[in-house]
Write a protein that binds this ligand. Sequence first.
Ligand SMILES: O=P(O)(O)OC[C@H]1O[C@H](O[C@H]2O[C@H](CO)[C@@H](O)[C@H](O)[C@H]2O)[C@H](O)[C@@H](O)[C@@H]1O
Length: 276
Amino acid sequence: MEFTSDDARAHYDAVRDVLDGVVVGLDFDGTLSPVVDDPEAARLHPAAPGALLELAEAVRAVAVITGRPARQAIAMGDLDALGNAMLDRGAELFVFGQYGNERWSATEQRIRSPRPPAGLASFERELPSVLRSADATGAYVEEKGLAVAVHTRRMDDPAGTFERLVKPISALAERHHLTIEPGRNVIEVRSGDMHKGHALRAFVAEQEATGVVFGGDDLGDVEAFEAVRSLRAEGLPGLVVCSASTEQPDLVRLADVVVDGPQGVVELLTALSARR
Ligand SMILES: O=P(O)(O)OC[C@H]1O[C@H](O[C@H]2O[C@H](CO)[C@@H](O)[C@H](O)[C@H]2O)[C@H](O)[C@@H](O)[C@@H]1O
């Protein structure tokens, strides 16, 4: 792992000093799960469950805060089994799905979710015509219930297709009072009322945390990075971890610690929870 400044090293130490009161929020894709071409084929890094279990014992609580529907992240990550293993050790796992709109915990074992945003159904009806006009009918459309994600990774020219789509999708989203979340070869369309920063702040408050760590890899994580920074300005020890990739190089400058993808995240979590 690489600290981005001397202050960053001090933030890491400050978090370690109050570790048993710290909450840890972690993104799923690109952070706990290596990025793969087919969104349906994503799985947790093989060493992640063990690292998360150790971590959960050392901190106040752990949450997966993801753009995915909670149900899907739980299935892909086998998170109900992991949550039960944590409960056996007196720890708790949370999943905040769809950018914090959905909530699941190992104790509750049910997903609380709002209704889909007004405008999503009509957006979805008009989307095929936008894809046709941008010569992108092959883009994979992921219907997530509260949002829609248009994936370009498996197109012949992922970056070019993304560039052709971003403006018209944005315009269509705006017409339906929705917002776009551009990411790694994906353009997501959802309600603008919630983001990972709100979810993380609410989690910190609910758990009465004495410190906070958040790790992410994509633009949808930036609000959570900002939440850690603003909580730190309010006096709460905090650490921003970037799971680095060549696809989002600009995220590195927003982080305290930069690690090499999910493998680096696992190593960081292991180091964080190791006894001194
Ligand atoms: O907040 P996250 O947990 O990072 O979820 C963000 C989106 O991730 C997924 O797409 C990304 O991962 C795929 C699988 O590795 C990859 O094929 C795709 O290119 C990435 O953008 C997911 O499909 C979306 O629903 C999530 O919102």
